[in-house]
Design a protein around this ligand. Structure first.
Ligand code: NAP
Ligand code: MG
Length: 456
């Protein structure tokens, strides 16, 4: 786990030999790990998570340095990752199957669960530790072992996290890390004959490639993919709370979140008030280095990501959208060298422009004025993505209608778009396949078997 080659600048690259040894170690560890009592696995993981928690002060700046997010957000992220481990430690007591009495005279059946084997976990750079632990926790408690492939640009926190879990008592091989580029290290994990399942978080195009590759060998997959989450603000909403949620939802982590609010649809009669509030909040956000005191929004993670977003904004403005604020790098000369971008708001870009149809993975928010709930839901559903969604209204009938009709794995009503470990999470349509979080996550890390106890 610790042999890494530094063969390309700015990152670590594991070679084929290291990858195979890591998967082999996970396969070997599976035999003993899967046979432990589930409560024992919970105890071991809980103790290891506690050990990681003792090193928060080291992990937080490490994550900020390699990812760019503020220290405050690194703390929130890593604390949440540890919470998720502990959540599944608690759920270890709830892992069970089912029973069917009297199938025939004297015959009964039961459904048992078995872990899958070695799980490959491939995660992106925007939340390296939470996205990892969403997979690691249910996979390990269910008895699998895991080999993770972090993003090529954020291997450090993951490597240290793994090291701390091992120091905290997680047995050798139960969790390993292979580093390197997706096209090489990621593909190698997907096609490795000893890997039984791939749990992937990342972009839709890569998710589709992985699903196709995993078909050979009939491997299991869960795919947490891109999103373009709509937010609907009705005329009877708490407009100030909704504007805060829009700003927070879009600009958090410099807009680089799958569940960021990426499209706002606001009823025409209250649009001016909401737009004014969102623009004011965008202008007030303090952009700066993640490790500088007072920073509210750090830089974008890569120059490529920043340029891609800038092209989406300019394409949408050129097509007829109105740029209300932002639109480029901040004027502060101290920020000239980083991948900084001002919080940006665009009004009414055409419904076929890039900001409407593509995923915008950065701090730029399009807002559209709509006539009513019907139009808002029609627009919300006219995206290939269907990850999260939110609606703001004081009218129960409207809230229920939106929850029924919006195509998405999550609908928040009068709430910030926060993910709870208690509830299953996962996109519909091009946003993915399968669920993470909730007790439902166990379904994606186990096979069930029906057993019939006959009368003979
Ligand atoms: P990405 O390019 O798909 O990369 C994600 C991970 O897959 C990285 O570790 C990457 O390695 C690896 N990878 C790339 N190509 C691969 C291949 N051919 N085979 C196997 N692995 C491969 O994702 P991204 O664009 O960096 O991340 C942002 C995307 O993730 C957005 O679309 C966002 O919405 C989505 N996301 C979804 C969720 C969710 O829960 N639904 C959560 C967070 C983010 P490299 O680092 O070498 O590229
Ligand atoms: Mg990529």
């Amino acid at each position: 786990m610790t042999t890494v080659q530094t063969t390309y600048p700015g990152s670590f690259l594991a070679g084929a030999e290291h990858r195979n040894a890591t998967v082999q170690a996970a396969r070997t560890a599976f035999t003993t790990w899967s046979e432990l009592a589930v409560s024992r696995r919970g105890e071991i993981l809980g103790r290891a998570a506690h050990h990681v928690e003792q090193h928060l002060d080291e992990l937080i700046p490490l994550l900020t340095r390699e990812q760019g997010k503020t220290l405050r957000d690194s703390r929130i992220e890593i604390t949440k990752a540890i919470d998720t481990l502990m959540h599944y430690v608690g759920l270890s007591k709830a892992l069970r199957g089912a029973h069917a009495p009297n199938l025939d005279p004297g015959v009964e059946g039961y459904v048992l669960r078995r872990p899958l084997g070695v799980v490959g976990a491939i995660v992106p750079w925007n939340f390296p530790t939470t996205l990892l632990c969403n997979k690691l926790a249910p996979a390990l408690i269910a008895g699998n072992t895991v080999v993770a492939k972090p993003a090529a640009t954020t291997p450090l926190t993951t490597l240290r996290f793994a090291e701390l879990l091992a120091q905290g008592g997680l047995p050798e091989g139960v969790f390993g890390v292979v580093t390197g580029r997706g096209s090489e290290a990621g593909t190698a994990l997907v096609t490795h004959p000893q890997v039984r399942k791939i749990a992937f978080t990342g972009s839709t195009p890569v998710g589709e490639q992985i699903m196709a590759l995993a078909a050979r060998g009939t491997k299991r997959v869960t795919l947490e993919l891109g999103g373009s989450d709509p937010m609907i603000i009705c005329d009877d909403a708490d407009l100030s709370a909704a504007a805060s949620a829009a700003s927070m939802g879009r600009f958090y982590n410099c807009g680089q979140a799958c569940l960021a609010i990426k499209r706002v649809y606001v009823f025409e009669s209250v649009a001016d008030e909401v737009i004014e509030a969102v623009v004011a909040k965008a202008r007030r956000l303090k952009v700066g280095r993640g490790d500088a005191p007072g920073t509210q929004m750090g830089p974008m993670h890569t120059a490529g990501g920043r340029d891609e977003m800038a092209a989406q904004v300019s394409g949408s403005v050129d097509a007829g959208g109105e740029l209300l604020t932002g639109g480029g790098p901040p004027s502060d000369p101290e920020l000239a060298d980083g991948f900084f971008h001002e919080p940006t708001v665009v009004l009414d870009p055409p419904h076929d422009s890039p900001m409407a149809v593509e995923e915008v993975f950065g701090p730029a928010l399009p807002i559209w004025r709509v006539a009513d709930l019907d139009e808002a839901i029609f627009r919300a559903n006219s995206s290939p993505f269907a990850l999260g969604s939110s609606v703001w209204t004081r009218d129960l009938a409207r809230a229920r209608e939106a929850a029924q009709r919006i195509e998405a794995g999550y609908t928040w009503i009068n709430s910030r778009t926060k993910v709870y470990d208690e509830l299953p999470f996962g996109g519909w349509k091009s946003s993915g396949y399968g669920k993470e979080h909730g007790i439902e996550a166990f379904d994606f890390y186990t096979e069930t078997k029906s057993v019939v106890l006959g009368a003979g």
